[in-house]
Design a protein around this ligand. Structure first.
Ligand code: ADP
Ligand code: MG
Ligand code: MG
Length: 895
């Protein structure tokens, strides 16, 4: 038979699964000898049993009785005693903290008799009645789920009648009267009187905590935070410590370091003559921890000593709850504290410096996501900021713009050069053009998987979603905040996608100091503690990682920036930009060319232009490998739009000014029109359909490399053929590249090293990787296209239409375009890598595609033994950090 109840002396911080985080840490503190009011924990298993059966397990009640008896003995008081009663709290606490999501009931054990006992024992009737009215109120609100406003209303009326504003100004008689009124509310609203039997109070409170696991807000919170739904919560029953016994009592919360900046030193709030929940409820102004020092130096010193001890014991920043009862300090909760990204870096490095943690642990204390957050520009925090509301941080960034309430207006105003924030209750696929036009997106409904959030992240647009406090009215084009402030169309607002905050007016934006550091604009020194911390962590990460990190960069400028951010080469240089702008004309000529000669004439024009581009690129990447992808997109992307051109030709015909070239071009455009361009004439298929095209590109690459070499530099080109599905395709193109190499050697008498490889971005390529490897020096997984072709998803189409529904329904946990789908696409990566290397053991294997900069995915690529990841320049530091973290994780797993 399972055991469902454990005394605080029996558990430890390792028992979070069974005892929940709060219970495990209460046990840990108890066993450290820190003053914690005694108590016991009912396990998460009991909760799971209750949720499965709709009833508490049979043996639970007897177990609780035994533990209550032991607690009564330890305290020398008993529940419900009319002379000297024991009071307890009933506190929820799941494995993962879910702040404010579930219930806690204080002062269980008070009834019409024991309240007199408490008054007599303490000589403080005011305190006794204050405790009792709190119990009746909390019981009504949380256990019986009655409307809290009825109680608050009764409280307000009595304060008004006495002419006072604060609860502390009510006297014992007032509080007795209030308790009676609260009891009457319970009887009226629930149909039954407030239970006088303490055992029944306890029983009902425990069940209420179990049930609160499935309360709407808890379910929603778990979905947003990706906490599994089947864990259940533990319940902690604990002797009360009274912070509301008068001016020598009080309650507080504190952190062992500043959770916002990571700065050393204690931070916290204290409220005299109050019970725990008052501190955060904001009913009265709190004092700072330093003011406690003046009020009660003994307790303050003891508190600091305990905090120091806890931090050393947990070897991390902790947050705590404490209560002082008549000059005696009690600890009520601790845990490793939540912190901002900046604080995470600083705390990790400070703890490393003082020898508390190792370099490996320091790396585990920070994440790539936190680093990414530090790299976004952010709003200045100094100066007045008018906070309107806080929603969910759906897609990071700091956006300022004029409020608009529909997509048409967003597009119109954006075209006129205005920055706009698109505000909707929720977005749907019809809003796509508005979302593209906007600098930021704000919704009042929906979570992190809502349409707005998914699409905004996909586009890299700043987004705050689910700002439920805002009443958005798209008809009158305005929104209203809870305190009645209205924002109309055209008003400027600022939204912070990293914190979810929404401000009125323009909040000044500052560049990220971390980016300035990567750019080489600021030095890591004592003036910049955050930058120094980031520098330190990155140095450790670079020394620890196995995988190389490259960047996707198309131009010399991007390449130079990538290099400053730590890229060790280019993993993907797209060449399509070399056919755009003025060069578009050459593509038109190419398409219209009817003979080999005409085509070659076009190549002759394009060759020097492309060669010059590559020379610049190689120069920026001097000494590092540069992977260049031969032309990939369908040709029609370089041609005029079919409709535009048809109209132009029709007009010309009608007015008798027909232009031959346009008419010919129209025919070509019509011919090149495809139903599914993504699956049509592109990539290697283009190279085969237009002989000489890839040869010209290869020649430009190799001649550029030769020029760099002649100048005394070193270039390491890696020519990459896109969209290969069969080894024969690659062989065909390789011949052209060999021809180009031959010609380059004739022109330049320098030795040239180059590799020829292929992208693996079609399932067939992965499945026949063993054969393809015969013709390839390297593989680069194009995981964007590989995800599209494996799932049969056209990214642009699915993300803006049904994706959010898939995420909400749990069909997808996360978008496979953000994080690699390990089971499907990942399996192809594994097959491709393993079979490729079976053919060619030293085959270089990398990944280009946004997954290369996604933390989760980087861990997968490390597991699969890839040689490098390549991502956008901005994500390079994130990939460097995560590659090291992934390496450590793997070592730990195999240790
Ligand atoms: P939450 O998880 O929402 O913080 P808690 O279980 O920590 O809920 O309880 C809410 C408040 O009640 C906290 O401030 C806590 O310190 C206080 N509290 C809980 N149990 C006791 C107790 N036995 N004595 C005094 N205060 C308590
Ligand atoms: Mg708490
Ligand atoms: Mg591709």
């Amino acid at each position: 038979m399972s055991r469902y109840v454990y005394d605080f002396t029996e558990g430890s911080m390792e028992d979070k699964d069974l005892l929940g985080g709060k219970g495990a840490n209460l046990a840990e503190m108890t066993n450290l000898g820190i003053p914690v009011p005694p108590g016991f924990t009912i396990t998460t298993e009991a909760c799971r049993a209750y949720l499965a059966d709709g009833a508490v397990p049979e043996s639970l009640e007897a177990e609780i009785d035994d533990h209550v008896a032991a607690l009564e003995k330890a305290m020398g008081r008993s529940l419900g005693d009319a002379v000297d009663p024991l009071l307890v709290s009933v506190r929820s606490g799941a494995k993962f903290s879910m702040p404010g999501m579930m219930e806690t009931v204080l002062n269980i054990g008070l009834n019409d008799d024991s309240v007199e006992g408490l008054a007599f024992q303490t000589g403080n009737p005011r305190f006794a009645w204050d405790s009792y009215r709190r119990l009746v109120q909390m019981f009504g609100k949380t256990v019986l789920a009655l409307d809290g406003e009825h109680f608050e209303g009764a409280m307000d009326r009595i304060k008004e009648a006495r002419g006072v504003t604060a609860d502390v100004d009510l006297d014992a008689g007032d509080l007795r009267e209030l308790t009676r009124r609260f009891q009457a509310i319970i009887e009226a609203d629930s149909g039954a009187p407030f239970p006088q039997d303490p055992r029944e109070q306890l029983r009902e409170a425990v069940v209420a905590v179990f049930r609160s696991w499935n309360a709407d807000r808890a379910v929603l919170y778990r979905r947003r935070e990706r906490i599994p739904t089947d864990l259940g919560t533990a319940v902690n029953v604990q002797a009360m410590a009274f912070g509301n016994r008068g001016s020598t009592s009080g309650s507080g919360v504190a952190f062992t370091r500043d959770p916002a900046t990571g700065q050393q030193g204690v931070y916290g709030d204290y409220l005299p003559n109050a019970q725990g929940e008052d501190v955060v409820a904001g009913i009265r102004n709190t004092l700072s921890l330093h003011e406690l020092e003046e009020l009660d130096k003994t307790s303050y010193d003891e508190l600091l000593a305990i905090m120091d001890r806890l931090e050393k014991h947990y070897r991390d920043m902790c947050d705590i709850e404490f209560t002082i009862e008549d000059g005696r300090l009690w600890m009520l909760q601790t845990r490793v504290g939540k912190r901002t990204a900046a604080a995470a870096f600083r705390i990790a490095v400070d703890l490393l410096d003082d020898g508390t943690i190792s370099e490996e642990e320091a790396l585990q204390r920070v994440t790539g996501d936190q680093l990414a957050q530090l790299m976004f520009p952010h709003f200045e925090t100094t100066g007045e900021r008018a906070l309107l509301a806080t929603g969910m941080s759906a897609s990071p960034g700091a956006a300022v713009g004029r409020a608009v309430f529909d997509s048409e207006t967003a597009v119109r105003r954006a075209e006129a050069g205005e920055a706009v924030i698109l505000i909707r209750r929720e977005t749907n696929p019809d809003d796509l053009h508005g979302m593209v036009a906007a600098t930021g997106i704000l919704t009042s409904r929906g979570g992190k998987t809502s349409h707005a959030a998914v699409v905004a992240r996909g586009m890299g647009r700043t987004c705050v979603c689910g700002a439920e406090a805002l009443d958005v009215d798209t008809k009158t084009r305005c929104f209203t905040t809870p305190n009645g402030t209205k924002i109309f169309e055209g008003d400027v607002i600022s939204i912070d996608g990293s914190t979810g905050e929404i401000f009125a007016g323009e909040v000044p934006v500052t560049a990220s100091p971390v980016v300035q550091y990567f750019e080489g604009e600021i030095e890591p020194d004592e003036d910049h503690p955050l930058v120094s911390a980031v520098h330190r962590i990155m140095t450790i990460a670079d020394a620890r990682r196995r995988m190389r990190v490259r960047a996707n960069a198309d131009t010399a400028e991007d390449a130079a920036r990538a290099r400053r951010f730590g890229a060790e080469g280019i993993g993907l240089c797209r060449t399509e930009h070399m056919f755009l702008g003025e060069r578009r004309e050459h593509v038109e000529h190419l398409i219209l060319a009817e003979t080999d000669e005409a085509r070659h004439a076009v190549f002759e024009e394009l060759l020097p232009l492309q060669r010059a581009d590559f020379v610049e690129l190689f120069r920026a990447m001097e000494g590092l490998p540069v992977t260049i992808r031969l032309l990939d997109p369908p040709l029609h992307e370089f041609l005029p739009d079919l409709t535009d051109l048809s109209v132009k030709v029709a007009l010309a015909k009608a007015t008798g000014h027909e232009i031959d070239k346009d008419t010919q071009l129209l025919v070509a455009v019509q011919q090149h029109h495809e139903q599914n361009p993504m699956l049509g004439l592109r990539g290697v298929r283009l190279g085969i359909a237009i002989p000489g095209l890839f040869e010209m590109q290869a020649q430009a690459i190799l001649e550029a490399a030769a020029i760099i070499t002649e100048q005394g530099g070193s270039a390491h080109p890696e020519i990459m053929v896109p969209l290969v599905g069969a080894v024969e395709e690659l062989r065909n193109i390789k011949e052209e590249i060999a021809e180009a190499a031959h010609e380059a050697r004739l022109k330049h008498s320098v030795h040239l090293d180059h590799l020829v490889g292929t992208m693996i971005e079609l399932p067939r390529a992965a499945l026949t990787a063993g054969e393809i490897a015969q013709a390839a020096d390297f593989f680069s997984f194009g995981t964007n296209d590989l995800t599209q072709t494996t799932w049969g998803f056209s990214r642009d189409d699915v993300e803006s239409s049904f994706f959010s529904q898939y995420l909400d329904a749990g069909i997808l946990g996360v978008s496979p375009f953000e994080t690699i789908d390990r089971d499907g696409v990942g399996r192809l990566v594994r097959i491709g890598t393993d079979e490729g290397r079976r053919t060619k053991p030293n085959l270089k294997v990398g990944v280009c595609g946004e997954h290369g900069g996604d933390p989760e995915s980087v861990h997968f690529f490390e597991e699969r033994g890839l040689d490098y990841v390549s991502c956008s320049p901005f994500r390079v530091p994130v990939a460097r950090l995560e590659a090291a973290r992934a390496r450590l994780e793997r070592e730990d797993a195999t240790a």
